[in-house]
Design a protein around this ligand. Structure first.
Ligand code: URA
Length: 238
């Protein structure tokens, strides 16, 4: 959240001092309502109107959705000089990933410089839905699936309820393919959940995160989020 006059100035409409004058004069609306106080803070999803012109407030921040390939680190920098998720994004802005995917996990990861949204999305209470496709060693049985759904103990704490769907079984190669949807974001959670019921994860891909999926992207490709997608993310963590 940033002060209204600072956001108006940052968006290049006018100087901060003049923005303060416009606010006091009743020339500024936030989400359709006139704001005359100077202390008001706004977020990227708020609509700001100055002298009847709507400003594109989302320009303040950058939001990207990357299809992370394997063997890429989910941080802004790596001390061993390995490729990071940030290396894929063509921007001069200092952005960072929202949460983490393991080095060998592929799939959807968000990157932004919006610290407020990042904190909200990654907070344990956020309840954001994440869907993974998991390939495991072995033929999974119904009882293990039920255990994964009901919750298993990982690092001394039971996991919350999950949705688990068996997609296919490869008897010849002794492997199973499943879909799991969780709402928590603990370290290596999916791998540890399957290990706790006796299966090693061979491949892991995040297909969905909140309202977003990988439609139209190949590994290593990315796109910007739309203003609508950003607003929906904010509404999910209100
Ligand atoms: N769970 C894991 O075990 N690894 C990931 O990368 C994401 C979720």
């Amino acid at each position: 959240m940033e002060r209204l006059q600072k956001v108006i100035a940052n968006l290049g409409y006018t100087s901060r001092r003049n923005a303060e004058k416009l606010i006091v004069d009743g020339k500024v609306k936030v989400n359709g309502l006139i704001v005359k106080e100077l202390g008001v803070k706004v977020k990227p999803s708020d609509t700001i109107e100055v002298e009847n012109t709507i400003l594109d407030n989302s320009k303040n921040y950058e939001y990207y959705l990357l299809y992370k390939p394997r063997e890429v680190i989910s941080s802004a920098r790596d001390e061993h000089e390995r490729k990071t998720v940030v290396d894929f994004i063509n921007t001069k802005t200092r952005i960072y990933p929202v949460g983490r995917l393991d080095y060998d996990t592929t799939g959807l990861i968000l990157l932004t410089n919006d610290g407020e949204l990042t904190n909200k999305l990654t907070h344990p209470s956020s309840n954001i839905e994440k869907k993974y496709i998991v390939k495991i060693n072995g033929i999974i049985n119904g009882y293990s699936i039920k255990q994964l759904c009901d919750g298993v103990v990982v690092d001394g704490k039971k996991t919350a309820r999950a949705k688990v769907k068996l997609k296919s079984i490869d008897k010849k190669n002794n492997k199973s393919l499943l879909e799991i949807t969780i709402h928590e974001g603990r370290n290596h959670q999916v791998r540890k959940m399957f290990e706790s019921v006796g299966y090693d994860v061979l491949k892991l891909k995040r297909e969905k995160y909140a309202n977003l999926d990988l439609t139209g992207l190949k590994p290593g490709e990315y796109r910007k989020l739309t203003n609508k997608e950003i607003a929906i993310l904010y509404s999910m963590v209100k």
